[in-house]
Design a protein around this ligand. Sequence first.
Ligand SMILES: Cc1cc2nc3c(=O)[nH]c(=O)nc-3n(C[C@H](O)[C@H](O)[C@H](O)COP(=O)(O)OP(=O)(O)OC[C@H]3O[C@@H](n4cnc5c(N)ncnc54)[C@H](O)[C@@H]3O)c2cc1C
Length: 438
Amino acid sequence: MGQAPAAPLGRDFSPSVLWHFGVEVPFASAGDPPREADVVVVGAGYAGVRAATGLAARGKQVVVLEADDLGTGASTRNGGMVIPELKAGPRALARRYGPLGRELVDSVFSAFNLVENLIAENNIDCDYHRFGGLLLAHHRSQVAHLQEEVIEWRDDLGEEAQFLSRSELSTEIGSDKYFGGLLVSRTGGLQPAKYHAALVDLALKAGAQIFDRKRVTSIAQDPRGGYQVKAGSTVIRADEVFLATNAYADAIAPELAKRVLPMGSFIIATEVLDPELAASCIPNGRMVYDTKNFLFYWRISPDGRMVFGGRTSLATTTVAEAQDVLYQKLLSVHPQLVSTNLEYAWGGNVAITFDRLPHCGRTPIPGGGSVAFATGCNGTGVALATWFGDQAASWLSGEIAPPPFSQLPFPKVPLVSLRNWYLPVVGQYFHWRDQIGR
Ligand SMILES: Cc1cc2nc3c(=O)[nH]c(=O)nc-3n(C[C@H](O)[C@H](O)[C@H](O)COP(=O)(O)OP(=O)(O)OC[C@H]3O[C@@H](n4cnc5c(N)ncnc54)[C@H](O)[C@@H]3O)c2cc1C
């Protein structure tokens, strides 16, 4: 990520995830997993636990196997922005995929609505509020693009959206760095670890069994039918398997690993800000992000801190390196925070696909056969992963066809095994594009 002066750290600085503090994660199931199950779900993030909830509610015996402690994956490390968005707009998707393009867009709106309904129906205490989202043009050349996007949001999708010129931006962002903005109302913010803990609780209450520290090491067809899932000395025979490992897919699904690039994203959180200082940065509490390839995303946390995320290179980066660089970037956007210390810094992996779209369906496993999967949320999976989980429960129960994302061709990432060599160069290319506004 490059060299930067050391960020000022508060006395209580901790290189860990802000959201984890004060959240009680339900206990994982006790004892050993059963030897037989209707469905084994691999991974206990939003997608895994929602699939388990839906399957258990339909009377299936479901076992979730999570490699680490519950809540280790991206589902408790993210920015908490609930965004109905794909990396391409409705018109671009329609040009590329015809009517399927619109189905993809409708899916992300269903995902957004699902999250809001789940929170309301189950009284989930996760500090959710529909704050609205603000996408900022980092370069003059992006303004026309945002003006087109407003038309798509309003005319094609019937959504509340507004373009803000540079002179109008001061009502929404305390920074003079940006050239215009797209303000949409259908975007929310939540405390991701609280949301995840509540989803785990719902899954357990529905009757799913969730085991932590059970890393699945292989999946193979069982000669008696179905699959054998191994996690160390644990072996479970299951009729069906659902891979909900997103950016954390590994050798158990080699074909997925060729198509999904785990990419680190980093977040810093400051000390609690004086409310006036916080309001001088983001007066209306929007979820904010910019138009760069190496985008920044930022918000005020429920307890009043500036939470600022992103990355600035594709090279392997440590949290310590990232926190210094991100702090300098934060100051370049909000110089009013110059006397503010950092209290938290952390990272996590986002699942990048070559077409920047999510995918689901079935993927081959070593030795023959295939298992169900959903992956590739490309950094916007709070709503999508939740939705993929619910969809998987209906789809694996034979009630619906797999979601429309299953109809997309799923390209391999070129030369994936050499990625550590060429990604830094690709990163330089995207930097250059960011500088010239492409
Ligand atoms: C820093 C960061 C910021 C983000 N910000 C946002 C945001 O603001 N808004 C947004 O919409 N999205 C955001 N995202 C993306 C979002 O968090 C993810 O898309 C979403 O959480 C994916 O959920 P999931 O259930 O699919 O995967 P995860 O939550 O990652 O869960 C996958 C789980 O699978 C487990 N696993 C992997 N391999 C195995 C194995 N072999 N055996 C057993 N278990 C295994 C992992 O341990 C992990 O717990 C962000 C992500 C990161 C990292």
